[in-house]
Design a protein around this ligand. Structure first.
Ligand code: GLY
Ligand code: MN
Ligand code: MN
Length: 438
């Protein structure tokens, strides 16, 4: 399943409608990123730019103009011109013709003419929607265009009077996913679930963390996907480093391994974490902590419902985790007081979830004015509680030290309650042990 140009057009229609009359929106894609001598990182378009255009080439800027009268708007795409020699070296370009014919721009100009050609598009508009504060280079370019437009005052031109962050419109559009977007995220989730299943089936003591990462990458790659973020494959105490990405240590018999890895499909991300025993069997301590995290996760998923506020699943998870830590003797005291004083943060120091979409940490405000916003149908959020006992934590019995656990799934808020996109990968102790024994 892929989106069509008709789908991207509908998004531009909605943006234009919200901009109001006599306005202009300018959105640029991301720059290519240098890795080291003559080698770039594989290119990935800016998510909001791609959301509106479906155009995946670098060096492109989209402009949408509304007019004083009528509902029609004009969509201009600045992009790279076709160039036989450059295309022999670096690959196909749609060019100006392709921008119009394949990508349905009303007109297209060469990107190297941006500075000259964009100024007339901004002249005498009342509002300019743009994304400032992303890169200094683009901020300076916008400043230059405004300066040029203002200099035209004696010829009857002027710069837009109001500058508005375009993200205020696009982020809100992206936050609530359409049925098609959910379908794409379901595909990404299914592939990622398959990758985690394969990891559970192939892990063995003494395997290197990167070798296990390669098993995940094989499934992503053979499905035409790339990782949505740097994979975390942390054995034993490495699981207690929240953003561990070195993945270069051997996996030890008797340890758990935490894998936080998932792919993106057609620029839509998934985000899965599973934690399982390297040798296929949980120890009593691992199992005890694991089941607390699982209980917290299941309850938090169930709390991800229309009308509940964004923080509510976190509060539900914190309560269960804190109670569990007290029951096992890792924390002492009254559960409510331990929550109030945030004593649980010794073992659970991150949030329980984030918006998920084209970006793994997706756009969309978490608060409206002062208050955490309420869940609405079509929002997608992760639920990912964890417990991490530092290897040098002298406040707890030695048997708990160095155990790190997180369980993460992707949830769509629906009229019928939480829909778990990532359900294809097992997560109870029994299911995991059974899969790993087979
Ligand atoms: N994988 C990034 C996160 O879980 O937030
Ligand atoms: Mn996450
Ligand atoms: Mn994750």
């Amino acid at each position: 399943m892929k989106l069509t140009q008709a789908d991207f057009k509908k998004r531009r229609d909605r943006l234009a409608e919200q901009m109001g009359s006599n306005s202009v929106a300018v959105i640029a894609t991301r720059a290519e990123m240098y890795r080291n001598r003559d080698a770039d990182y594989k290119y990935r378009a800016d998510s909001s730019f791609y959301y509106l255009t479906g155009f995946a080439e670098p060096e492109a800027v989209a402009v949408i103009e509304t007019f004083a009268q009528g509902e029609a708007y004009r969509y201009t795409l600045f992009c790279r011109e076709r160039n036989r020699e450059m295309e022999i070296w670096n690959g196909y370009r749609a060019g100006l013709e392709g921008a119009v014919e394949q990508y349905h721009a009303d007109q297209a100009f060469a990107i190297h003419e941006l500075d000259q050609k964009i100024v007339p598009l901004l002249l005498n508009k009342s509002k300019l929607f743009v994304r400032l504060g992303q890169t200094k280079k683009f901020d300076a370019e916008v400043g230059g265009w405004l300066h040029k437009a203002k200099a035209m005052q004696r010829q009857g031109g002027d710069a837009p009077q109001q500058i508005i962050q375009i993200d205020s419109i696009i982020d809100e559009m992206r936050l609530k996913k359409s049925a098609q977007e959910i379908e794409l995220m379901q595909i990404a989730s299914n592939i990622s679930a398959e990758a985690h299943t394969r990891a559970m089936q192939t892990v063995k003591p003494d395997m290197m963390e990167y070798a296990l990462e390669a098993e995940l990458n094989y499934i992503f790659g053979k499905n035409g996907c790339v990782p949505a973020y740097n994979s975390i494959v942390g054995g034993g105490e490495n699981a207690c480093i929240l953003h561990y990405v070195e993945n270069n240590k051997p996996l030890k018999d008797g340890d758990l391994v935490l894998i936080d890895a998932a792919c993106e499909y057609e620029c839509y991300a998934s985000d899965i974490t599973r934690t399982f025993p390297v040798n296929g069997k949980f120890s009593p301590e691992q199992k005890a902590l694991y089941n607390i995290v699982l209980d917290a996760q299941l309850a938090a998923i169930d709390a991800t419902r229309i009308g509940n506020n964004y923080k509510y699943p976190h509060e539900v998870a914190v309560k269960i985790l804190t109670q569990g830590l007290v029951d096992l003797g890792l924390l002492q005291g009254d559960v409510d007081e331990l929550i109030e004083s945030e004593a649980f943060r010794q073992f659970f120091m991150h949030g329980t979830g984030h918006w998920l979409g084209m970006d793994v940490h997706d756009v969309g405000s978490y608060k409206i004015d002062e208050d955490w916003r309420a869940y609405e149908a079509g929002m997608v959020v992760t639920v990912e509680p964890g417990l991490y006992v530092a290897p040098d934590d002298e406040t707890v019995d030695a048997k708990w030290r160095g155990i790190g656990i997180r369980i993460e799934d992707d949830i769509v808020v629906t009229e019928n309650g939480p829909l778990v996109l990532t359900k294809n990968v097992v997560k109870t102790v029994e299911e995991i042990e059974q899969l790993m024994a087979s």
